[in-house]
Design a protein around this ligand. Structure first.
Ligand code: ADP
Length: 479
């Protein structure tokens, strides 16, 4: 049984939850602590007590901690990637890549601790100077989803600590293993007791204890739009800061003049890799009529060649869906799309076992054609290996359809036309725009985030992360 980490000590939870491998449901990884509301309050107590000491540390001390954590993540990428693939179901290369990303994020924010700066200006009043500085906001609650079990925690925990805040980290119930492993590394990094706390538990149970606690100054959340919005209301009601990353229904536009080989690669990578379980997944493929049939043919040929199987088996392209509930959700969307008249051009069949006979939550990637942008499959996020092709007349209609969505995270276009690429970059209603690249797959030193129902609050990552994790102070001195 793996415990929570609160106030510098490993502690049992009120209950324990088994962590099961979605590639092989006979494989039990371990049991992990589940906190109740009282334990959540203890975690906030610990973070509040640690705040004066941690917020007063020098940038060098923060650099040393974060740099060490980043170094260990990079050094142990294989073993941590194996654990991540085993509990979440993305393929081993993807999982190792994610651990590397987490290491890079810690290294980046180690440097940011040193680089945090302000401004000094002359006042409009004679003899007065104005200093603009940034301070920690205080205790922050970090709530994360299951689809990036180590990278998303890293890109919240690292800036939170870099800028002097103390942390209560609540990972998703389905992926406690990666969270625990990261906490274990942090527990040996030289942080004072209570500066970082791991609180595994059910969101509905421990969440309110975190977001309603007046000592929690800010919430950084990644997850569903419904949960995010209700947490934002709770934070707003008591004046706490919040930052939300939520769903997506990301378009990939393929124009008649696109390099079809590249467009097919972008679609397969963006829509189906990581089993489509990415908020940046290219779930709507918007294709102009001149190239539509050829693009669909190529895509189906490529999908036929993909191997769905155990996340850790060599040769697997797509791992399983994360759990039975998500598989049921995916299958429900597939059934609805068919009922609404979409044509299933490929896949969509659940498979109880992979080629090696491992029992898991396998699903063949599903591609729909003959869809329009009003169908449920075009409106709602599936969060699975499911995409639909929407045929459009021309670029203008493609852009209009791309923007006609409640979401606005990532938006892509495949084209060889500079005119269309430039116009799309300006007019796509999304936080991130990709030209001749998959909608998923981002850098770590630049801002990440969306518009509309996809995001609220300041951007994450890169130096923009300081917007959320610091408070600006303007000081006037007459001397
Ligand atoms: P998903 O559908 O991806 O699981 P959720 O929004 O339900 O999305 O979950 C994302 C994270 O939010 C998880 O860590 C989950 O435990 C947490 N969560 C869920 N419900 C609540 C809640 N009411 N309060 C706080 N956190 C919650």
């Amino acid at each position: 049984m793996k415990g929570n980490f609160i106030g510098g000590a490993w502690v049992a939870g009120a209950r324990a939850l088994p962590n099961v491998n979605p590639s092989d449901t006979r494989d039990l990884i371990d049991h992990y602590a589940q906190a109740d509301a009282a334990q959540a309050r203890h975690a906030v107590d610990a973070a509040a007590q640690a705040l004066p000491a941690w917020s007063a540390t020098s940038p060098q001390q923060r650099f040393d901690v974060l740099d060490q954590v980043g170094g260990e993540l990079l050094a142990r990428r294989e073993a941590l990637g194996d654990l991540l693939a085993r509990e979440e179901g993305k393929t081993l290369p993807e999982a190792i890549g994610e651990v590397v990303r987490a290491g890079q994020v810690f290294k980046f924010f180690a440097g940011e601790a040193l680089r945090l700066s302000g401004e000094s200006l002359a006042s409009v009043r004679p003899g007065v100077t104005v200093d603009i500085t940034r301070e920690p906001i205080g205790v922050v609650a970090l709530i994360t989803p299951w689809n990036f079990p180590i990278a998303i925690p890293a890109w919240k925990i690292a800036p939170a600590l870099a800028f002097g805040n103390t942390v209560v980290f609540k990972p998703a119930e389905l992926v406690p293993g990666s969270a625990w492993a990261l906490a274990e590394i942090l527990s040996r990094s030289g942080l004072p007791a209570g500066a970082f706390n791991l609180l595994m538990g059910r969101g509905a149970e421990v969440g309110p204890a975190l977001v309603d606690d007046p000592r929690v100054a800010g919430l950084s959340f990644t997850g569903s739009t419904a949960t995010g919005r209700s947490l934002a209301q709770a934070c707003a009601a008591r004046g706490a800061k919040f930052q939300l990353e939520m769903g997506g229904k990301n378009p990939l536009v393929v124009l008649d003049d696109a390099d079809l080989e590249l467009a097919t690669h972008c679609a397969v990578q963006g829509a189906f890799f990581s089993t489509g379980q990415r908020c940046t997944a290219s779930s709507r493929l918007i294709v102009t009529q001149g190239v539509h049939d050829r693009f669909v043919d190529r895509l189906v040929t490529r999908l036929r060649s993909l191997t769905v199987g155990d996340a850790r088996s060599p040769g697997t392209d797509l791992g399983p869906v994360v759990d039975e509930r998500q598989l049921d959700t995916d299958l429900g969307h597939i059934r609805d799309a068919q009922a609404q008249g979409a044509r299933l051009a490929f896949g969509g069949q659940p498979m109880a076992r992979d080629a090696r006979g491992h029992p898991g939550f396998y699903l063949q990637p599903a591609l729909f054609t003959e869809t329009d942008n009003t169908m449920r499959i075009s409106r709602e996020e599936v969060f699975g290996p499911v995409a639909n092709v929407i045929r459009v007349r021309d670029y203008d209609e493609a852009l209009a359809v791309a923007n006609d969505t409640p979401f606005g995270l990532s938006s892509g276009v495949c084209t060889t036309s500079l005119k269309h690429a430039s116009h799309f970059k300006r007019h796509a209603q999304a936080g991130m725009v990709m030209v001749n690249l998959p909608t998923a797959g981002v850098d770590y030193h630049v801002p990440f985030g969306g518009r509309k129902a996809s995001s609220m609050g300041a951007r994450e990552q890169g130096r923009y992360a300081a917007e959320f994790f610091t408070a600006v102070k303007t000081s006037y001195t007459f001397a």
